[in-house]
Design a protein around this ligand. Structure first.
Ligand SMILES: Cc1ncc(COP(=O)(O)O)c(C=O)c1O
Length: 398
């Protein structure tokens, strides 16, 4: 069996990549270790390049239609990885999940309608709603011991007041929760009860830590499936975000008609780019072994930073991490303001972590770290974090 090397150091600087070449304006500094935007520093797997190279051998790159292989690879992946049976007609292309969410808001919520999100949450959820003239309703997630749970009472109160759409993050970014089937069922049933359309963003559904299992919201029951639109993609899992290729899955025929009216007749999006198409098929056909080795490596990285923090900077709280490669860190016990923490992390620790406040007000004094990089990068980052906070008078030297 081929062993993939996730320890390989790849120089991504000066490739116009967001993570290395696009942080200077946000952080007001250079020379940071970038552990922020959600892509990985690992080599995109060989089977992606092979599929693209094969397509490049044909001398014409004209208009194309989705291949049978494109559809079948998605259908098979959902069945094999998530035990979810879907049909070809349910699958639509989107040039990214955020654009997909934006189209769904346009198609299914009128200006002024309420759209519910569970906060803190991936920040573009707010933009696609508010910047298109729809209203955000927040259901804040509750801390219970070392993890977050949904507040069903508040959720129901909100839904009762008339919410048109809920955008669920399943699994949840930035809190690292892999929602259980029972948790999802409660949400699905509440949305049915109050006629609220459920959009389930499942972009992180393949990035599940050992011991946890992803449940597609739409796989729970036929009724819930008819009220759910699912957004998925190989982009995070296989590090191909630059190919802008995702899928939207809709089982309800009426909803499909409405969506097609916008996508086909209005925006005129049918397919994406030819290389994203063949890359998606290769990932969903050949990606199982690579993914299994990736998940082992990521779990090792999550364990490493959590143990390091516990041993060296226990004032920083970590959480049970079930999914994504983006653990959530709470710096509140250090007794500093959010702005002070941000500046210390940038100016002293020389780390570019995601500012937790962008995900909602619950994220004050919190930061999100991207651990999808070689272990040595994290070792260096943790050392810089320790030295920074050890030098602060609020922490006794360890
Ligand atoms: C929950 C969630 N949805 C969507 C995206 C981005 O999707 P895309 O790049 O396909 O627009 C991310 C990226 O981090 C994410 O975490």
């Amino acid at each position: 069996m081929k062993r993939y090397d996730f320890d390989e150091i790849i120089d991504r600087k000066r490739t116009n990549c967001v993570k290395y070449d696009g942080y200077q304006d946000i952080y007001g500094a250079d020379n940071l270790i970038p552990l922020w935007v959600a892509d990985m520093d690992f080599r995109t797997p060989d089977f992606v390049f092979e599929a693209i190279e094969k397509r490049m051998k044909h001398p014409v790159l004209g208009y194309f239609i989705h291949s049978e292989g494109f559809y079948q690879s998605i259908i098979n992946w959902m069945q094999r990885r998530h035990q979810w049976t879907i049909e070809k007609d349910w699958i639509y292309f989107a040039p990214g999940i955020v654009p997909g969410l934006s189209f769904l808001v346009q198609a299914f919520a009128a200006p002024g309608d309420k759209v519910l999100v569970q906060t803190p949450v991936y920040h573009p959820f707010y933009y696609v709603v508010e910047n298109q003239g729809r209203q955000i309703v927040r259901n804040s997630l509750k801390l219970v011991d070392d993890h977050f749970e949904m507040d069903y009472t508040h959720l129901e109160d909100c839904l009762r007041q008339g919410v048109k759409m809920m955008i669920l993050c399943n699994p949840h970014n930035p809190l690292g929760r892999c929602w259980t089937k029972e948790e999802l069922k409660k949400v699905g049933e509440l949305c049915l009860k109050y006629h609220c359309l459920l959009i389930s963003d499942e972009i992180h559904s393949d990035l599940i830590m050992p011991g946890y299992k992803h449940t597609p919201m739409a796989s729970i029951s036929e009724e819930i499936s008819q009220n759910t639109i699912t957004c998925m993609a190989p982009s995070k899992t296989f590090n191909i975000a630059g190919l802008s290729t995702s899928e939207i899955i809709i089982s309800n025929a009426e909803l499909r008609k409405q969506f097609e009216k916008l996508m086909y007749d209005g925006i005129h999006i049918f397919v994406g780019n030819i290389f994203g198409e063949v890359a998606l098929e290769a990932c969903y056909t050949e990606g199982d072994e690579w993914l299994s080795q990736l998940l082992q490596y990521l779990k090792g990285n999550v364990d490493f930073i959590q143990q390091y923090i516990k041993d060296n900077i226990p004032e920083i709280k970590t959480f049970r991490h079930e999914a994504t490669y983006l653990p959530w860190l709470d710096f509140s016990a250090l007794g500093m303001s959010h702005q002070q923490l941000f500046r210390l992390l940038v100016d002293k620790a020389q780390l570019a972590l995601n500012d937790g406040a962008i995900f909602g007000e619950e994220g004050l004094n919190h930061f999100r770290i991207n651990v999808a990089c070689p272990r040595v990068t994290l070792e260096k980052a943790m050392e810089q974090l320790k030295l920074t906070f050890r030098s602060q008078s609020c922490i006794s030297a360890r």
